[in-house]
Design a protein. Structure first.
Length: 461
């Protein structure tokens, strides 16, 4: 029994009565709700709100509000109103907190151009109060309709769709579904190209990317400048490597690229190319001149630090002989008096340690220079081209037999065949060749007129 104390006595007091009771309310989860009651009678009037018959602490005003509703806030609410004459309790106002649960279901992965049905469902903890549902899908791109529960999606790229469901009270719920559109993986790269010295064929390595929808790898080789042709393919379930059985590493270097074919049959763009090392060999007396095409990674993420020169008495007995800086691609092996095999190697920075991170060139021997009666042929015709000193360090004089003052063109080329010096319209008998910026090594000389061609070799120390 509640006891209230008043400090004064009033004549003919008016008993309290409730003129407007609180209303029952159906309100959405996480929203706000307000109950109110109106009473009349002699003041003062005291209010006490109750939930399920139990006083709510601090709820002593004619208005009672609850913010950010959750399901535990549901119940029967009343307000007890009191003045000096009596206490009355309001009619019960029931609070229902509406919770919706939306489900966008699932869908299969798509190939480009394919469609999928998107189906959304929704339930309410108070179906009668919620009534019919409205649906809104977004984004609208690729959808046949955005305002129905089941729509058709034909996205051009992987898209995350969301559906928002709204009931008659304005309560909402959302869910999402990701429609994955298969596209070929665009970042598969060659890691290493090398010569497999056990079979003398080019070998290509790459690091496989898992869970990218790849079904097949296609290997391409440059056949003419900037024109690549397919030379093979490898299943995703095989090792990430390929041997080009039709390659001829003893004749030339080769560039290789790869692409991927995804499970929809679409092909990616080509990777950056990698180029193998090709080694060539010439001789000047007892000096073996090595020159090679450098290893190239088109992505420019690799710069060789050093090239390693291997030498051996057989192809199966190659031993590290020397090394040069990575910006050098020639080497002279002095005082060679027997047959040797040569090979070039370079460390690359591929992530999977393929082939020990080492790329090798073809293997070449110097047998040809020891099977001939002389190591060097000075010119095409006897006694018509004289070079002195040879080898030289600063300058050399080249004399040719030119009694009729014919006009010659002088060409100096390195072991790879690149022209490093050219002089036109020579009609005398002598040429002074200065070293200037030429590197040490063996070079080829060609003097050519309309009816004569002289060829020889020269060495710069």
């Amino acid at each position: 029994m509640k006891i209230y104390l008043y400090s004064s006595v009033l004549q003919n007091p008016l008993a309290v009565s409730i003129t407007t009771p609180p209303d029952a309310q159906n309100t959405c989860l996480n929203s706000n709700v307000t109950f109110s009651v109106t009473a009349e009678g002699t003041s003062p009037i005291i209010y006490q709100w109750q939930k399920n018959g139990i006083d709510i602490p601090g709820a002593t005003d004619s208005i009672y509000a609850i913010n950010n509703l959750n399901l535990t806030d549901q119940g029967n609410f009343t307000c007890e109103v009191t003045n000096l004459c009596r206490s009355v309790t309001s009619d019960t106002a029931k609070l229902k907190v509406i919770q919706l649960d939306a489900d966008a279901c699932t869908a299969d992965n798509l190939c480009p151009g394919e469609s999928a049905k998107l189906m959304a469902y929704c339930t309410s903890n108070y179906p009668v109060e919620s009534g019919a549902f409205g649906y809104l899908w977004s984004p609208s791109s690729g959808l046949s309709d955005t305002n129905i529960s089941t729509t058709t999606a034909t996205p051009s790229i992987t898209t995350n769709y969301s559906v928002t469901v709204t009931d008659q009270l304005g309560c909402t719920a959302s869910d999402q579904i990701n429609i994955f559109v298969q596209q070929p993986y665009q970042n598969e790269q060659v890691c290493l190209v090398t010569v497999d010295t056990s079979i003398m064929k080019n070998k290509i390595y790459w690091q496989k990317t898992n869970d990218a929808g790849t079904m097949l790898y296609i290997i391409y080789k440059e056949t003419v400048p900037y024109d690549y042709e397919q030379v093979g393919n490898v299943s995703f379930y095989s090792l990430g490597e390929f041997i080009d059985i039709f390659s001829h590493p003893d004749q030339q270097s080769s560039k290789y690229k790869i692409t991927v074919i995804d499970t929809c049959g679409n092909e990616s763009e080509t990777s950056y190319y990698h180029k193998t090392i090709h080694l060539s060999l010439d001789a000047f007396n007892s000096i073996m001149g090595l020159a090679w095409d450098e290893y190239v990674d088109e992505s420019d993420t690799f710069s060789p630090q050093q090239y390693y020169i291997y030498r051996g008495t057989s192809q199966s007995n190659m031993i590290l002989h020397d090394s040069v800086w990575g910006f050098i691609n020639t080497y002279n092996d002095f005082n060679v008096d027997s047959v040797y095999y040569y090979m070039i190697g370079v460390y690359t920075n591929n992530p999977e340690n393929f082939n020990g991170n080492m790329s090798f060139s073809n293997i070449i021997d110097n047998c040809a220079f020891f099977n001939n009666s002389s190591v060097v042929i000075n010119s095409d015709t006897d006694n018509e081209l004289t070079i002195y000193p040879n080898p030289f360090s600063e300058s050399a004089t080249i004399q040719l037999y030119n009694p009729d003052n014919s006009q010659f063109t002088f060409i100096l080329a390195d072991l790879k065949g690149s022209v490093v010096r050219k002089i036109d319209k020579i009609n005398n008998n002598e040429i002074l060749l200065l070293k200037k910026n030429l590197n040490s090594g063996i070079y080829f000389i060609e003097l050519k007129s309309k009816d004569k061609t002289y060829r020889s070799k020269i060495m710069i120390e």
